[in-house]
Ligand binder design. Structure first.
Ligand SMILES: [Zn+2]
Length: 283
């Protein structure tokens, strides 16, 4: 069922919805199959840094057919579009994306507000939702091997600023800096639950946490219980795919189809675990 961002996030309550970036239709189908088996909504993402390389303009129609055929609410999301990628945002909306993330978090506050409000105004015309970001998340979206130390030195998102940002932009969801980073961690990051709780009290829209791969289950549950309603997960899917490649390192057969099937099974299993965790399910 094709839905916009706000609808999928609303349906996930009281837990958080998972947003999984994908590089091809096999990954996307694995995400949708996992969500469908659990009867949970899901967000299928394409990161702006992969958009051209994977030729999303050609693939989007297959993604949308798969989303429409799914028995659960699902959104097609453009992740981490930068202010310089306004044309890509328009193209994604024309293609039928139902959710856009505009990441102006590296800009001064007023400029972040301005570009985010512009994207909200455009997306409204398409009935799509918008996620903004306030307080930069370390690392680069879509790059797994960044090997972060826990980014404790980065400033967390300020609750009063978050309130002003939401009021001035009209975004449907807000990504905040709570101690996570994109990519894989060298050590477990420290998640600031107080930052999440303060922001959740300050705004009435869903809060988003990026960089969930490698964050411990207890920290994820704590983040959801304090008000995180959308969690972005991607690096783990790359890891799982490469594990399948490594498992074939000594293969003498040429059964590529079996390899693809193994990739899909491992992606689906991983996404299933994450969706259950975000839903607040303990088994
Ligand atoms: Zn991100």
């Amino acid at each position: 069922m094709k839905r916009d961002l706000a609808d999928v996030l609303h349906a996930a309550k009281p837990g958080a919805a998972g947003c999984f970036n994908t590089l091809n239709i096999d990954m996307a189908l694995s995400v949708l199959d996992a969500a469908e088996n659990l009867s949970r909504g899901v967000i299928v993402g394409i990161a702006s840094r992969h958009f051209d390389d994977m030729r999303a303009g050609l693939r989007a129609s297959a993604y949308l057919r798969a989303i429409e055929a799914a028995a659960v609410p699902a959104a097609l999301h453009l992740d981490h579009a930068t202010p310089e990628q306004f044309d890509m945002i328009r193209e994604a909306l024309d293609l039928g994306f139902t959710s856009i993330m505009i990441d102006g978090s590296h800009l001064p506050f007023d400029e972040n507000v301005e570009i985010t409000a512009r994207v909200v105004e455009l997306a409204r015309r398409y009935g799509a939702g918008v996620e903004g970001e306030l307080g930069a998340v370390a690392g680069e979206e879509g790059v797994a091997d960044t090997g972060h130390d826990a980014p404790a030195a980065l400033p967390y998102t300020d609750a009063a600023e978050a309130r002003r940002f939401v009021e001035q932009t009209g975004v449907d969801a807000l990504a905040i800096a709570v101690g996570t980073a994109h990519g894989l961690y060298r050590e477990s990051p420290h998640i600031s639950l107080d930052t999440i709780e303060a922001a959740a009290n300050a705004v009435s829209i869903p809060l988003v946490m990026h960089g969930a791969t490698g964050v411990g289950d207890i920290a994820i549950r704590g983040a959801v219980s304090r008000g995180i309603r959308k969690i972005n997960f991607f690096s783990g899917l790359l890891q799982a795919g490469m594990d399948e490649v490594r498992a074939c390192a000594d293969a003498t057969h040429n059964d590529y189809q079996a390899f693809l099937r193994a990739c899909r099974a491992s992606w689906q299993e991983l996404v299933t675990t994450q969706i259950l965790l975000y839903a607040g399910d303990t088994h």
